[in-house]
Every structure is written in C-alpha cells, then in structure tokens.
Design a protein around this ligand. Structure first.
Ligand SMILES: Cc1cc2nc3c(=O)[nH]c(=O)nc-3n(C[C@H](O)[C@H](O)[C@H](O)COP(=O)(O)O)c2cc1C
Length: 209
C-alpha cells in the first residue's frame, strides 16, 4: 500500500517535498466523511482599527491553490476590518478527527464574476436574506428583519435577485499553513509550512506540540 500524504507529512524519515495546498483538500475530504455538520466551517480572525483581534465562524466556499474563499457582507464588522487591514488567520477544527489546520496570509476580494456566480447559486431565500441583513449593525427587533424579508420577497416576485454590491467574497492567500493532529498524552504532531511570499516555495518544519 502506498503511504498517504498524511503519513508522509508526519514521517520524520520522509525527505521528499509535500505541497500543503495539495494536502489540505485531503484533510477536508476526510472531514466531510466524518464531521456531522459543516466540515467546511472555519474561524476567521481579523483585527479592528485599534489592533484588537476579532473572530467568527464562516463557511469555506471555495478552495484552490490561490487560497481559501468565503462570502460575506463587506459592511459587516469582518468586512470593514478586512478591507481596512487585509490580512487574516483561519482555523479549521475537526473534532471527530481530532485535527486542526491553521492558515495565515493576506486577503483579497474575489472577482465580481466569482461573487456573482456563487450568489446566483444560492437559494432565493438566502439571496433575499443577504439583501435584508445589515450584518453586524444593531437590529431593533426580530420583527424588523422579518418585515424586511417580507417586503423584499414581494419586490423580487420575478425571482431576479441580483447580488447586493456589499455582498462578496474574500480570498485568504496562505503564507503559512499548519497541520496538527492529536497525539496521546498531548504529544501532538504539528507541521508548519511557510513561504515568504506567494511565488516562493514552501518550507516545512516540525514544531513541538
Ligand atoms: C458554522 C457557521 C458558519 C457561518 N458562515 C458564515 C458565512 O459563510 N458568512 C458570514 O458572513 N457569516 C457566517 N456565519 C455567521 C458569522 O459567524 C458571524 O456571526 C457574522 O458573519 C457576523 O460577523 P462579524 O460581525 O464579525 O462580521 C456563520 C456562523 C456559523 C456558526
């Protein structure tokens, strides 16, 4: 049987190269097989204009060698923070697998066409929700939101619910990716990949747990 990329990752005798961007989808796939809910859920960290960290869950909606994509309201707290300081950290924690992946890097906005395509793929109710929600701003009562949704549902009877200008995606472009797996007695395995810039090759380092 050939060794899996994960076996090679934690094998100290293996001195060949491993591309973390090739490895990540394997871990995500294994999470899809084991996690009861949202295997693509990840925490996204940003900082506000005082340098205070902020953190929340989102869903990973796109993944390629270019980076990790999620969609949101650009006028939300995270939207404003990431537009002002376009750097983020991501965290995946798959409890059933006892694994985590950490990612850090600069953030860019996805192309308009990419955002349009994903928005169009969402159910009408979710598209209306994106129009109705002033995400992260004060809401007087739930009924205000419900009424907005009702009014928008009436307005969009033809089903043509275009993407709001403030709703789009961010792509986190990794400069660091760490793979962590649980070990007995807290002697976990950690392997960190880093590269100084997006065009450079990755370096691989095992870390103390
Ligand atoms: C599992 C999970 C997935 C979520 N996915 C998203 C998402 O993809 N996009 C989003 O804007 N909010 C998502 N949320 C809600 C965010 O965690 C957060 O409440 C919201 O985006 C406002 O965050 P902010 O005030 O920091 O901008 C998700 C929450 C959970 C628990």
């Amino acid at each position: 049987m050939t060794a899996s990329l994960t076996d090679l990752l934690f094998d100290d005798d293996y001195d060949g190269s491993i591309d973390p961007l090739e490895l990540f989808p394997h871990w995500l796939e294994e999470a899809r097989e084991h996690e009861p809910n949202d295997p693509n859920a990840m925490a996204v960290a940003s900082v506000d204009n005082t340098g205070m960290p902020d953190l929340r869950m989102v869903l990973l909606n796109g993944y390629s060698h270019e980076g990790f994509v999620f969609f949101t309201n650009f006028e939300s707290a995270k939207g404003r923070e990431l537009l002002a300081q376009p750097k983020a950290a991501l965290l995946f924690h798959w409890k059933s697998l006892r694994r985590q992946v950490r990612v850090r890097g600069p953030v860019q906005q996805v192309a308009r066409t990419e955002a349009d395509a994903y928005f169009a793929s969402r159910p009408a109710e979710s598209r209306i929700g994106a129009h109705a929600s002033d995400q992260s701003r004060p809401l007087e009562s739930r009924s205000v939101l419900v009424k907005r949704v009702e009014a928008l549902t009436e307005k969009f009877t033809d089903g043509k619910i275009g993407r709001p200008a403030h709703w789009s995606g961010f792509r986190v472009r990794p400069l660091q990716i760490e793979f962590w797996k649980d070990g007995a007695f807290r002697l976990h395995d950690r392997v960190l990949f880093t590269r100084p810039d997006l065009a450079s090759d990755w370096s691989r380092t095992r870390l103390f747990p």
